[in-house]
Design a protein. Structure first.
Length: 465
């Protein structure tokens, strides 16, 4: 049974987590012609925008209700209604999400009521989907904010089967795919290829591979997202063959979608390592009615070969991991599959998944906690985001950068971690880090005599008489 160690500090030292509004914004950015609006001060939005721009190195559409001292005390309902109206009028997006911040939640804002007031006051914008989500940044993390926002979007824009007349299986090849925040645009592109090998058409919800994949467009500027899941396509989810859910954090979103559509659901905590991907292939073979393609069979054998090649470096390796729950579970599974030992596991907040992660204990804390535990347990490698780089340097061990944000390395937001090929590359990356930072090299031998003057090397006389 995993022991969950609660926080025992009054503050965070070198914080691990990113806030819920950032997670909510990330989920919104995966939809076509979308705009996240943070209900809070301009500083809250600017801070979030810095995270996104440094991670993706792309222009990020993000708006703020710009609460000031007066509205923080007297109320900012007008800011919300006016903000939605201005965005709808000037940018004409397909989706606006209103995400609360710590300031708005402390002030007592009711953004759901504000959205209803907007609907009553401006019926001409009925074609614009507006979704309100409570995402206070004093609780939760980027993972919980992402999941909560996706749940509310499904609640708002996916019609009930009885009202829309949808029927599971009507679209013979379509599969709904709910994807966790931990999947990169590169992961989604690889996952699309896998589904298409089974002659299936995946509809990703949301689809960051189409909106934040680093692709140049013909438009010089767009005030809303370019690419991503179409809001109009959300109305077809009830006609799909099946729904595939990747990430335990999306449990509520998956339950809601199945309740509204009646489409059967296949759940996966992650797609890291051999066993997890085998489970996916079996599910896709069942959904499609086809055998696993030879190309995927070969990729599986390549992963098995990589496991043989790297087990000398990774077997019994002592690893410290700092990540949100979904990503933590994924890396623990792949590392233990190779015989590595997780000596420090730190996450941002408590979630139901933590109890199922097979480690002795998990600390709810920050990067300082990981550093202290890792030092005490003699960790040999760290897995974490860019904020953990200094921690790894102080521990004197290599770091595998993963998670959010990644701002000190180019292109890692596009890296592929999942599938047989992504898992294979992860093993190579880990093994190369161990080789380059090995602490088990044979020390250089220096003779004790080499340090002495030549006259002291022997007691024999230098001449004969």
């Amino acid at each position: 049974m995993t022991e969950i160690l609660k926080r025992n500090k009054a503050l965070s030292v070198n914080p691990l987590k990113a806030s819920q509004p950032i997670g909510g914004s990330l989920a919104t950015l995966g939809f076509n012609r979308a705009m996240p609006m943070l209900h809070g001060s301009q500083g809250c939005t600017a801070f979030a925008k810095v995270f996104f721009v440094r991670h993706f190195r792309e222009p990020i559409p993000l708006q703020s209700t710009a609460m000031d001292q007066s509205s923080s005390v007297l109320g900012a309902d007008e800011n919300v209604v006016t903000g939605i109206k201005v965005i709808a009028e000037k940018s004409r997006p397909a989706l606006i999400t209103v995400l609360t911040t710590g300031l708005a939640e402390t002030q007592g804002a009711d953004v759901h009521r504000n959205v209803r007031e907007f609907r009553e006051a401006y019926p001409e914008f009925a074609d614009v989907a507006v979704v309100a989500v409570n995402t206070p940044d004093f609780s939760g993390s980027v993972e919980t904010g992402y999941a909560a926002t996706l749940t509310e979007i499904i609640r708002a824009v996916v019609p009930d089967a009885k009202d829309a007349g949808t029927q599971p299986g009507r679209r013979k090849r379509q599969v709904n795919v709910l994807v966790s925040y931990m999947l990169t645009p590169g992961d989604l592109e690889a996952l699309r290829d896998i589904f298409e090998m089974f002659q299936l058409r995946p509809v990703f919800v949301p689809d960051l591979s189409d909106s934040l994949d680093g692709c140049l467009t013909e438009d010089d500027f767009s005030p809303v997202t370019i690419g991503g899941t179409l809001i109009s396509e959300m109305t077809t989810l009830g006609d799909a063959l099946a729904t595939v859910v990747i990430g335990a954090s999306l449990q509520k979103a998956a339950e809601l979608l199945e309740q509204k559509t009646g489409v059967p659901t296949y759940r996966f905590d992650h797609l890291y390592g051999l066993h997890a991907n085998d489970a996916l292939m079996c599910a896709l073979a069942e959904i499609s009615g086809q055998a696993v393609p030879e190309r995927l069979e070969r990729q599986r054998m390549q992963l098995q070969d990589a496991m043989l090649d790297t087990h000398f470096m990774l077997g019994q390796l002592r690893i410290a991991i700092a990540a949100d729950a979904d990503l933590l579970a994924a890396f623990v599974a792949q590392a233990q599959e190779m015989g590595a030992e997780i000596v420090a596991a730190v996450t941002s907040c408590n979630t139901p998944l933590l109890a199922r992660i097979p480690v002795a204990s998990i600390k709810i804390g920050d990067l300082e906690d990981m550093e202290l535990i890792g030092k005490a347990q003699k960790a040999q490698l760290v897995i974490g985001n860019s904020h953990a780089v200094d921690t790894a340097e102080r521990l004197g061990v290599p770091i595998l950068r993963a998670g959010f944000p990644l701002y000190d390395i180019i292109g890692d937001y596009q890296k592929t971690w999942i599938g047989y090929r992504g898992s294979r590359q992860t093993l190579f990356d880990l093994a190369n880090l161990v080789i380059n930072f090995s602490h088990e090299e044979i020390p250089i031998y220096r003779s004790i005599y080499a340090q002495k003057p030549a006259s002291e090397l022997t007691d024999y006389p230098t001449s004969c008489h």
